[in-house]
Design a binder for this molecule. Structure first.
Ligand code: GDG
Length: 734
């Protein structure tokens, strides 16, 4: 196994440079804790921005910084300038992606200049790391600032294991589609082998955008883009449970708790801790607390809300505006309800040291975690981990927003809709009255869950999945027709005298298109095909689901055989078309009205009537709806098709109903059995071609177009690769 490289926007260390003095302070954030054992032991590196702008760093200082980061922290820096930070970090990352992905369209800015900077900086990350990473290494890219990086790395390191984890929500398609650069972003992410999210909802949203924007289907979360596959799955991030659960015993924490005790006495404490961010619902929380004080006056002077708000992204205007609004609201509530000896809200606008954080978690009676939208929310998990359940008495209550990813794993907490201020106020009153026994019943199972799936387990789980996916892909890649395999095949081709080519047309020789007229063969295809037929050692058969008239019009001038309607009709070189066996189409009058009804109920779908088959096309329909309709249609037809000897064939965004005896395998056999071939090659891209692959003699070359499981022995990436391959074989590339 290769080394592990982690890439994130920020490094787990922050630098300070004062003159010649360089110091690096390690952060103890969750990600750093969870991953350090993996990358440090595996001799890997962590790359990211170390927190200083590089405009005024001279080369000598730059080298010193690098040495310090490498030798003491196993880190490497991405050197961002002030302008890059403004446009990439404060700009596209936090004025475009962050608000849009948290459903705040009113804060979202779409600006081409910022997008260009985002691309440039992602490229800078790529250029910085690519020289260090070998093709068999493992790369783990983290978060929304680097969504283009997986594919940029993929272009340079085709075989590396690349994982990407998204720490914030992935919005529903209806929101994501607003992004002018939505295709580039999805393509960027699909460069990874594994894309991870906190919850299954985000997985669903991502897969739906991939399907609807790029048209790539997925099977159980594995997206196939034709020549690559990407697994998409949920990995709910955990915390360093041991650290938080044991921290309450630290003397410095006990000291802080004593201080709080002296200041607050036996008042009930509600705590809330977040970065200053409009997604965290701080204003709504204050509104709710205001209602609570009005509605439950018996708690006046008995409850204090300690609100720690950590300054964040203050260079983005929406953040500084929010700060003023919060200041005003806190002033208003304290002014209205406060008394000489009691301030309802203790508001701290700065971060607190770790011992104080733990003291607040464990001293509080209630944690009020009410983001309007949050990828996960670790504060909720950390609060639960610090609760002292070994003693009798109150163990605390977690109130959590339904809009936080963490809610999925914390079903025992009190759930609130953060927009429903009355609900939050009432839940607060309910939590304050909750009996100790109930508090314990709720907290204990959450603690067990957090202890089991902690940050190390989470990181290990992600890396194990990446490893597993890579092995699956390698099994497929080993069949890719390139290098030595391709060379051997070329040699055998040149040595053989009697060769049969069975070539599927749509999706193999020609890209799939929406407009029928665009499917007509172009000059390049015709040149390839006529070069095959020009060699008298070769026999060409064009294989298609299209009807014989179309094939005749497009390829009739070539000296070739043809298979039409998936095998219903065949034509030997220089002869007339013949039906493979007598077939009827009387069944169509029963099946047609049913299929027509489904077409009418599925906007964008079409019914095509062929000589011996009926086809339901749904390429232009809304994919989720089409999927439902297709399974209903199959259910409806199943009983009838069995009794009528019909088969239901699923192609690329089509369902075709036809006689079961019609298949490309039976018709291909007519050509295979005609002679003693010493070289047989079949190329096909979809389901219908599998029948053909299965009837080929043992030493044939069966080639699947696209990197998906198949009965074929070999793979080629796509139509372009097929063309390039055939041209090389035929000597047309020279
Ligand atoms: C993003 C996603 C997702 C906070 N204040 C202080 C302090 N903290 C620590 C907490 C916690 C962390 O910061 C905050 O984590 P969150 O998960 O709550 O929120 P984001 O920063 O928005 O993180 C989020 C996360 O990524 C991980 O994937 O859960 O949804 O938005 O660990 O303890 N620590 C100290 N003093 C503070 O004042 N020492």
């Amino acid at each position: 196994m290769g080394r592990l490289f982690i890439i994130s926007n920020r490094l787990p260390v922050t630098l300070t440079v004062e003159g010649d003095d360089i110091s690096a302070k390690a952060s103890s954030g969750g990600l750093a804790t969870g991953l350090s054992s993996f990358y440090k032991d595996a001799g890997g590196l962590w790359f990211g921005w170390p927190g200083i702008s590089y405009d005024n760093i001279d080369p000598g200082t730059g080298r010193k910084i690098e040495k310090l980061l490498r030798e003491e922290h196993q880190c490497g820096s991405v050197k961002l300038t002030e302008e890059e930070l403004q446009k990439f970090y404060y700009g596209f990352s936090n004025k475009t992606i962050w608000p849009l992905f948290h459903y705040f369209t009113n804060h979202t800015v779409f600006d081409n200049d910022l997008w260009e900077a985002y691309k440039r900086v992602n490229q800078k990350f790529c250029d910085t790391v690519v020289g260090e990473i070998k093709d068999d290494d493992i790369v783990w890219v983290n978060d929304y600032q680097l969504m283009l990086l997986p594919n940029m790395l993929r272009q340079k390191l085709p075989n590396a294991s690349i994982g990407y984890f998204h720490h914030i929500p992935f919005p529903s398609f209806e929101l994501f589609r607003l992004m002018p650069w939505r295709r580039e972003i999805l393509e960027g992410l699909l460069g990874a082998d594994l894309v991870g999210f906190h919850t299954y909802d985000y997985v669903r949203h991502f897969l739906s955008s991939v399907r609807r924007i790029l048209g790539y289907e997925n099977i159980l979360g594995t997206v196939s883009s034709g020549y690559r596959t990407t697994k998409v799955d949920a990995f709910p991030m955990g915390i360093d449970y041991e650290k938080f659960s044991k921290a309450t015993r630290l003397p410095e924490v006990r000291e802080e708790i004593d201080k709080l005790w002296r200041q607050i006495g036996d008042r009930k404490i509600v705590v809330s801790i977040d970065r200053l961010d409009y997604t965290k619902g701080i204003k709504d929380r204050l509104e709710a607390f205001h209602i609570f004080l009005h509605r439950y006056p018996e708690y006046k002077e008995k409850v204090t809300l300690i609100m720690v708000t950590v300054p964040s992204r203050s260079q983005v205007p929406s953040y500084s505006e929010l700060k003023s609004e919060i200041d005003e609201l806190v002033g208003k509530i304290n002014g209205e309800h406060g008394t000489l000896g009691w301030m309802p809200i203790w508001y701290h606008f700065h971060s607190v040291p770790f011992p104080m954080l733990i003291a607040l978690y464990s001293f509080a009676d209630i944690a009020l975690v009410t983001p309007l939208r949050d990828g996960m929310n670790l504060v909720a998990k950390e609060f639960v981990a610090t609760r002292p359940t070994e003693r009798d008495g109150n163990v605390g209550v977690l109130i959590i927003s339904e809009m936080a990813g963490a809610e999925k794993e914390m079903g025992e907490a009190v759930m609130v809709n953060p927009f429903d201020h009355d609900d939050v106020a009432d839940s607060l009153a309910m939590a304050l009255k909750m009996p100790a026994e109930e508090q314990r019943r709720r907290i204990l199972p959450m603690q067990k869950r957090l202890q089991r799936y902690d940050i190390t387990k989470w990181a290990g789980d992600f890396l194990d999945s990446l490893d597993e996916i890579k092995s699956q892909q390698n099994r497929l890649y080993s069949k890719k027709l390139s290098g030595r395999l391709r060379q051997d095949m070329f040699e055998r081709y040149h040595k053989s005298d009697k060769r049969l080519f069975l070539l599927d047309y749509d999706g193999s020789l020609k890209h799939l298109v929406d407009e029928p007229m665009e499917a007509k063969p172009d000059d390049e295809v015709l040149e390839i095909l006529s070069t095959i037929t020009a060699d008298e050692k070769n026999e060409l058969v064009i294989v298609s689901g299209r009807d014989s008239e179309t094939l005749e019009e497009w390829f009739g001038h070539l000296n070739s055989g043809m298979i039409a309607n998936h095998g219903a009709w065949i034509k030997h070189k220089g002869q007339e078309w013949e039906m493979l066996e007598p077939l009827d189409n009387i069944w169509m009058k029963n099946i047609r009205p049913i299929m027509q009804l489904y077409v009418d109920r599925t906007p964008g779908a079409q019914l095509e009537e062929k000589e011996f088959s009926l086809v339901f096309h749904y390429r232009r329909a809304v994919p989720e709806m089409a999927q439902v309709r297709v399974s209903e249609l199959k259910d409806d037809l199943r009983a009838m098709t069995t009794s009528l000897n019909l088969g239901i064939l699923e192609g690329s965004k089509v369902i075709e109903i036809k006689n079961t005896n019609i298949n490309k395998g039976n018709s291909a056999l007519r050509f295979i059995s005609k002679a003693e071939w010493d070289f047989v090659m079949a190329i096909g891209d979809d389901w219908t071609d599998e029948d053909m692959f299965m009837v080929l003699p043992g030493n044939s070359y069966s080639i699947k177009v696209g990197l998906v499981p198949s009965n074929a022995k070999y793979h080629l990436d796509d139509v372009d690769a097929v063309r390039e391959f055939l041209k090389s074989l035929l000597g047309l590339n020279r």
